[in-house]
Design a protein around this ligand. Sequence first.
Ligand code: SF4
Length: 147
Amino acid sequence: MNKDSCSSLDSLLADVRACRACAPHLPLGPRPIVRAGADARILIVGQAPGARVHASGIPWDDASGDRLRNWLGIDAATFHDESRFAIIPMGFCYPGRGNGGDKPPRRECAQLWLDSLLGKLPDIQLTLLIGQYAQRHFLGASQGFAD
Ligand code: SF4
């Protein structure tokens, strides 16, 4: 990966992290949690951060992350190595609680950012779609997002 590609991705990630597009709908405010290095080979697309991940700012910093790392057979340091793993959820900010659990990911992230981010990750060879929103977006009809 050349230096221009890295700086281009870094610039885009800076824009993503400054995003406030759906701030009025986010009970704890915007805190986009996305990680990616331009050389990453594995892409993990999950749902949206929970409250714990919102607080820490570290993706998959919860019990589901422990299960995922156990399933992958890797430790936390490897999982959080951006040069190996890009971690891009369908919704980047914690969406708040709804009936029976966290609300669905905000649809704005995919509309505003997802394709641009994926376009700057040319070395991805394996994509893990975790949860119904990622699977619907990538494999089937896009539906079920928060309004
Ligand atoms: S949820 Fe996505 S679109 Fe909304 S403020 Fe966060 S990054 Fe921006």
